[in-house]
Design a protein around this ligand. Structure first.
Ligand code: ASP
Length: 299
């Protein structure tokens, strides 16, 4: 990516944070803040969710998303959707519908349509960058260098965690999975407890990295379990997952986590991970690699 791309990605993260903060500042819920933050990231071409999402091995987009309310433990998710413009909205609609936690494929798209959400043609999600990344990964698969593909070529899932003024926690995640993924494959992002989890008084978690391992390790829930049964702090629990449990599988992993008191952490074991946060005092920070960009008070 060019320096201009990095700068614009940071700007879009800041926009996403502003959208979430506006809701929290007005006394809104953590759940609404999570949804609006993810919505902005889904609409940005810089991340692997919504517009600009990864392509399957067949050159299709199959999008996964989930959202969870830490107060009621209500949750909603969609997997393998191709037509709803913002999968996070579809996940929320599934949650509000109350009849299912996870809807898949065409039925999930139809549900979103019936719920009145904006629908698009599948090629709406396609960007030149992803087409090139798919071609490059297919070449790598042929010449046996797939393992050397950069994180940016493969990943870019988006997520958000929030705590509101009443102490309610929420988490959400949205993704196109990874470039060249098997058609029909579902990752951890729409699996509650694997890629997303929130429980008031404990933590809110959203994950990124090779979903198969996060599912097998029930990663997001394991952070919460380590804290509630194991007495670990948020930092101990999330670091154990990212630097020990998940890393032991040889994968790049990261997560954004928030404790009951609202302190954010974003551990990752790769070179970098897009991230950003707003403190309770309204101060915003964004980062892609080690260096933090303090942007001051949110306007
Ligand atoms: N966790 C996502 C998935 O497996 C991919 C990623 O975060 O890079 O679908």
């Amino acid at each position: 990516m060019s320096e201009a791309d990095w700068a614009e990605s940071r700007e879009h993260i800041a926009d996403a944070l502003r959208a979430g903060w506006a809701i929290l500042k007005a006394g809104g819920t953590a759940l609404d803040a999570v949804q609006s933050t993810i919505l902005v990231l889904e609409d940005s071409p810089h991340f692997n969710a919504g517009y600009g999402a990864a392509l399957t091995e067949d050159g299709l987009h199959e999008l996964d998303a989930s959202i969870m309310d830490g107060t009621t433990l209500a949750a909603g998710a969609v997997a393998g959707v191709r037509r709803v413009r913002n999968p996070i909205r579809a996940a929320r609609a599934v949650m509000e519908g109350g009849r299912a936690v996870l809807l898949i494929g065409d039925a999930a798209d139809r549900f979103a349509d019936q719920a009145g959400l904006a629908m698009v043609q599948p090629d709406y999600f396609t960007t030149q960058r992803r087409v090139e990344a798919l071609a490059s990964l297919k070449r790598r698969a042929l010449d046996g260098t797939a393992a050397k593909a950069s994180e940016a070529e493969k990943h870019g899932t988006v997520g958000a965690v929030a705590r509101d003024a009443k102490g309610r926690l929420a988490a959400g995640t949205s993704t196109g999975g990874f470039n060249n993924k098997p058609t029909g494959r579902v990752g951890d992002s729409p699996v509650i407890g694997a890629g997303t989890y929130a429980r008031d008084g404990v933590c809110a978690v959203s994950c990124t990295g090779q979903g198969e391992i996060f599912i097998r390790r029930v990663a997001a829930y394991d952070v919460a379990a380590r804290m509630s049964y194991g007495g670990q702090t948020l930092e101990q629990a999330s670091n154990t997952l990212v630097f020990e449990t998940l890393k032991s599988h040889g994968i790049g992993a990261g997560m954004i986590v928030l404790g009951a008191e609202g302190d954010p952490l974003a551990p990752y074991n790769t070179l970098g991970m897009y991230r950003g946060w707003v403190t309770t005092a309204g101060e915003m920070t964004v980062a892609t690699h080690h260096e933090l960009h303090h942007l001051g008070a949110v306007a």
